[in-house]
Design a protein around this ligand. Structure first.
Ligand code: NAD
Length: 484
């Protein structure tokens, strides 16, 4: 399978925070891979901008080291890497001051696509927007990309939106949720709306429940300070899991166009019922061997921040009334595995009698570590001995089904950055979506604070706290095993 690469129009991309962790690990390697693939036209350029005082040559050395560290395979193409580095320059500036801004304005060319990636803390978003305006770079055709977290509650998200809206219109603002750039997440829309097979069954009449799991096996790592102020609810549930929920639950948009898709997602969020306290479980991981517990790792012995959250959500609309959505995410769990499982109801009557057991179809959309789709189908167990039924997977791991090249599809950041240049906002969150998501999660978080609720401890390497298992058990259901 050979994928088609269509070069994008020439662009200047300024990466504010171009010396930061995210730029090193994700943004710059992603740009290099798109360059290697031939998508980054002949004259496009990348300009790093950050506080560190260095010249363009030093920045090229910095970027070379980052790509060698985080994508050694791509970096082994040294001729391409040198050519890519030749497209880079650097401006030292202060987002809050005036130093460096004249130079940046001189570096960015008029008459071509100008994109500004805000890979800095949200506290600087307003300053950057203001400076871009003051120095004449915020024209109607320029665009800005903002990283998560987009606020920490509804009030702060609104303030951020207001700050950006002073100088940029909504069609110029690209709020990144890198989950939306994953191949399988987009495939979810193709599966739902490109096949006749699923959509007629995609409702509470046929679907028993839906499970969304985003499990990580690692702890908070080096981002302890940030994480302890956020927690799993703010860091993962309010954005990544809710976005997945929207794509699974939304009505078919009239067309695959940014606002048509985002209108439908917004309707899902607005139809979510408030979550009762006994439908949410929080947890915090304990120590295991030489791995410290959560509080030690974030250097806050009294921390009440959750590293795990599970909840049961209901969408009050015609399609989903009565079908629960169970969502969970956490760190230091059994495995790194993310998936969405659509669990269909059992057949209304078994002609095979009680001995055949209970069976149902499960459509699983796997997001990581391997992307793919699996449909559990009930068949007769082969061989003699009567009619015994077993469930077997119809498995479509993309790398196997589509050939070895398919493993090379662009990662989320590659796709999303190219979408910014192409001016396609379908896979980015709109301001009202982000605000609606906070409006739903705020009362849950406020409830914890009002009740001074501490998270439940859970064993590292487990499936989370016991109450999370109970969330399902008391409904006569169970979580799927966390496995890749
Ligand atoms: P970082 O602390 O590693 O880097 C911050 C960057 O911002 C540096 O380049 C620094 O020079 C620059 N900077 C800071 N203050 C500045 C100022 N006043 N003027 C100009 N430049 C300034 O941060 P990071 O981890 O790269 O994160 C960047 C953003 O991306 C944050 O909003 C973060 O929440 C988000 N994010 C990071 C990750 C990740 O894995 N690192 C993942 C998702 C989202």
């Amino acid at each position: 399978m050979v994928s088609r690469v269509i070069p994008v129009d020439p662009f200047d991309l300024v990466v504010f925070g171009g010396t930061g962790d995210l730029a090193r690990r994700k943004i710059l390697p992603a740009l290099f891979r798109r360059f290697q693939a031939g998508q980054m036209g002949d004259s496009s350029r990348v300009i790093g901008a950050a506080r560190s005082d260095m010249d363009a040559e030093a920045y090229r050395g910095f970027v070379r080291a980052a790509i060698e560290e985080f994508d050694p395979q791509a970096a082994s193409d040294s001729a391409a890497l040198e050519e890519f580095l030749g497209r880079l320059s650097y401006v030292a500036l202060d987002a809050k001051g005036t130093a460096g801004w004249d130079k940046l304005a001189g570096e960015v060319s008029a008459g071509r696509i100008r994109a500004f990636y805000f890979s800095v803390g949200p506290g600087l978003f307003g300053d950057l927007a203001q400076r871009l305006h003051d120095y004449g770079m915020a024209d109607h055709d320029s665009r800005i990309v903002v990283e998560k977290p987009f606020g920490r509650d509804l009030a702060s998200a609104r303030a951020l939106n207001r700050g950006l809206a002073q100088h940029f219109q909504e069609h110029q603002i690209y709020r990144i949720d890198h989950y939306l750039g994953k191949e399988t997440v987009q495939n979810l829309m193709a599966v739902r709306f490109g096949n006749m097979l699923f959509e007629p069954l995609w409702n509470s009449q046929y679907v028993d429940h839906i499970q969304i799991t985003v499990a990580e096996s690692v702890g908070v790592g080096g981002r302890g300070d940030y994480y302890d102020r956020a927690g799993a609810m703010r860091d993962m549930m309010q954005n990544h899991l809710m976005q997945l929920l929207c794509l699974i639950a939304m009505e078919p948009p009239a067309k695959f166009d940014p606002d048509a898709v985002r209108d439908e997602k917004l309707k899902v969020i607005r139809a979510l019922d408030p979550v009762a306290p006994d439908n949410v479980v929080r947890g915090q991981y304990q120590a295991e061997g030489d791995k410290p517990d959560y509080c030690t790792q974030v250097e806050n012995p009294d921390s009440r921040t959750e590293s795990f959250v599970a909840l049961k959500a209901h969408i009050s609309n015609w399609r989903w009334a009565g079908t629960p959505f169970y969502l969970r995410t956490g760190k230091r769990l059994k495995d790194r595995a993310s998936e969405i499982a659509v669990v269909f109801k059992e057949a209304p009557h078994s002609i095979f009698g009680a001995g055949a057991g209970r069976h149902r179809n499960i459509l699983t959309i796997k997001l990581q570590p391997n992307e793919g789709i699996e449909l559990g189908v009930t068949i007769k167990e082969p061989g003699p001995g009567g009619m015994r039924l077993i469930d077997v997977p119809l498995d479509m791991t993309f790398a196997e089904a589509l050939g070895p090249d398919s493993a090379d599809f662009p990662d989320a950041y590659e796709r999303l950055i190219m979408d910014v240049i192409r001016g396609n906002q379908t896979l980015f969150m709109r301001g009202d979506e982000v605000e609606a998501a906070w409006a739903w999660t705020d009362p849950i978080i406020e409830g914890w604070e009002e009740r001074s609720e501490a998270p439940q401890p859970y064993a590292s390497g487990s499936a989370g706290p016991d109450d999370s298992l109970m969330l399902m058990h008391r409904d006569g259901r169970r979580w799927r095993e966390i496995k890749p």
